[in-house]
Structures are given as C-alpha cells and as structure tokens.
Design a protein around this ligand. Structure first.
Ligand code: SAH
Ligand code: SF4
Length: 341
C-alpha cells in the first residue's frame, strides 16, 4: 500500500532506501526537496535517478490535506482542513513580534470529554497520522507564504492518546533536514494521561510540556475533566515531579478561568499549595466562551486577583494573551460550527 511521504522520519526513510538497495543519504536528498525546496512532485527530484523516482512514486504519495475554510483577523488565522476521508480538523496561526506560531490538532475529535471544551463535544473519530499533522504546517506556510517558528500541540485532540504519531511528528519537524523547528519551540499540552507523561520524560528531545490542570481539588477537577476520575491530582502531581526530575525542564500548568467555577481566591490558595516548591509556572487562560453557553469567562478583576494571590504565595504565573476569541479560535469551535451546516 502507498504511504504518504510526509509520514516518514528521516531514519525511516533511510531504512527504506537501504531496503531497496540504495544508499541511505538519499533520505537527506528527499528531505531537502520536501522541506527545504518545498518541491512535492517526486518527478521533479532532479538529483534522484528516474528509476528511483519511479519506485518512490509507486511506494509513496505526497497528497496534501485541503483547506476547507479560513477565518482571520489581525493577529490570528484559523484554518479548517478537510482530510482524505472527509473528516475535518483545524489549526490556528498566531502572529507575534518574535515570530509566527501554529496550534495543530492531533486527533479528529477528542474522547476526554472536558465539560468546557468544544472539541470534547465531538467524540474521537480517529487519531491523526503524523503526516496529517506535518501537513497542517506545510499547507499553511504555503498559503500564507511565511515560515512558522513555533508549534503548540493544543488544537483538537489529546496528543498523548496518539503518542506514537505525535512522537513521529515531532521528530520530523525537529529534524535538521526537516522543518528545523527547535525542540524548545515545540509545546505539547495534555489533559494528564499519566503513563504517557512518564514515557514522555524519557523522550530525548527537550520539548515543552503543558498540563491542563484547570482545578485545585479532585472534586472540581472530576466534574470538569472526567480523566481525573482515572488519574487524580495527587498522581498527576507525582508524575509531573518525576518529569521535572528526569528532564530538568520547567513545566507549564494551564488553568482556564471559568467564572464562579474555579476562580475563587480559595481555589488560588489551594492551587498554590499543590504546586509549592515545583519548577512550574501557571498560565491563566481567559476562557473562550463556546456556543453551548454552559461556562462564562471570569472577569478581568477576578483573573487579576487570582494572579496576585498565586504570586504572593510564591508561584510563577502569567496571564495568556487572548487569541482569536472573535473568530471562534478556541479549540474545536470552528469545526463545531462546520458540523452544524
Ligand atoms: N487535549 C489537550 C490539548 C488540546 S486543548 C489538553 O487538554 O491539554 C488545549 C488547551 O485549551 C487545554 O488547556 C484546554 O483545556 C484549553 N481549552 C479548551 N477549551 C477552551 C476554551 N473554550 N477556552 C479556553 N481554553 C480552552
Ligand atoms: Fe480533549 Fe483537551 Fe478538549 Fe479536554 S480540553 S476535551 S482533553 S481537547
């Protein structure tokens, strides 16, 4: 069966060339065409013999995912993509003074069922293959004629529920002959699949890990995030401590501010108690209100008071700059509106 050429790490491509009796450096040549020259037509790989081009064309395709719809404002562009099997996913580009970043999806839908999240309303249909994640970057770079310098895996889906493909994706975009995105410019966000956090701590690339905590005690977290009934806060904190020890990398704790749900000063104190002494920083996220209307965004004052309380308790803390709230940019929202058409 034909495979998509964007699905292969350089090592896998080297193994392929060896398996057909060719030298493994051909993998670098192919990577150079795809990721440096951005030539996706195998017949134009002019430094590769016709005979090998033909073999490559037999074994691989370079089909791209399709842009179905785009929504934009000054600081963000949001893409809805149609996959080969007519499923939809989305990616968001954000423009900063220090460069351009992209938020990619990892699955079609998500099974974690977080109550406040639009993606969670659409059950997982399947995992994305690595190439479908790589192509979110390639297609957008081509469409906007820009280069993206950082990648956050925070779109639709739970990346650690698609572990092998995510690892392959990270290797491809980090490769010195690939997209050359430095590990420190790659962030993976998870709702807290503990066994996979332990596994990720042994992954040699120094990527950033962000944990969606969103609550300061188990009762509240289990109400908001069903995953907490399987992997509770205490076990999660233990896993994060292990990760910090093994990797010596600071971890981000994400905390979405939901009005009158998790934003009291008591919650802030409880959160500070949980995180005391850990090399983490808390990112307070202004909630992007979804169509369901079940949750409201905390007021600015409440967010500031929460922030001050954490700071006073010695916890590093930032408030996320809001992106794309006027274009439904929070995860799953564009796809959600698509499904209603
Ligand atoms: N599944 C992973 C990554 C995708 S969600 C995870 O949960 O971490 C990325 C982040 O966006 C998570 O922290 C998630 O809780 C948050 N999020 C989901 N819906 C949101 C919304 N409507 N407004 C703000 N943040 C939201
Ligand atoms: Fe899935 Fe993350 Fe949304 Fe939870 S917040 S439903 S884990 S995408």
């Amino acid at each position: 069966m034909q495979r998509n050429l964007f699905d292969l790490t350089k090592e896998e491509l080297e193994a392929y060339f060896l398996s057909i009796g060719e030298k493994k450096f051909k993998a670098e040549q192919v990577y150079d065409w795809l990721y440096q020259k951005r030539e996706f037509n195998i017949a134009n790989f002019s430094n590769i013999k016709k005979e090998i081009q033909n073999k490559l064309q037999e074994d691989f395709n370079t089909n791209l995912i399709k842009i179905e719809r785009k929504q934009e404002d000054e600081l963000t562009k949001k893409y809805l993509f149609r996959l080969f099997d007519d499923n939809f996913i989305e990616a968001v580009v954000m423009f900063h003074d220090y460069g351009n970043s992209i938020c990619v999806s990892s699955q079609v839908g998500c099974n974690m069922g977080c109550k406040f999240c639009a993606s969670g309303k659409l059950k997982k249909v399947r995992n994305l293959e690595a190439y479908e994640i790589v192509e979110q970057i390639l297609v957008i770079e081509k469409d906007l004629n820009i280069r993206l310098s950082s990648v956050v895996i925070m779109g639709i889906g739970e990346p650690l529920d698609n572990y092998d493909n995510i690892i392959r994706f990270i290797k491809i975009i980090n490769d010195a002959k690939g997209l050359q995105i430095g590990a420190r410019h790659i962030t993976l966000s998870t709702s807290g699949l503990i066994p996979k956090i332990y596994e990720l701590s042994t992954f040699p690339l120094q990527i950033n890990l962000a944990i969606s905590l969103h609550a300061s005690n188990d009762k509240l977290r289990s109400e908001l995030m069903p995953v907490n009934k399987v992997y509770n806060i205490e076990a999660l904190i233990t896993a994060i401590k292990d990760y910090l020890k093994v990797t010596s990398r600071r971890v981000t704790i994400e905390y979405v501010m939901l009005d009158n749900v998790n934003d009291s000063l008591n919650n802030a104190l409880e959160l500070a108690q949980l995180l005391k002494g850990m090399n983490v920083y808390v990112n307070l996220i202004p909630y992007n209100e979804t169509n369901s209307g079940d949750f409201k965004r905390s007021s600015k004052n409440k967010i500031m008071a929460f922030y001050d309380t954490l700071k006073k308790a010695g916890i590093n803390c930032t408030i996320r700059r809001e992106f794309g709230s006027n274009i439904d940019a929070a995860c799953g929202q564009l796809r959600g509106s698509m499904n209603k058409i």
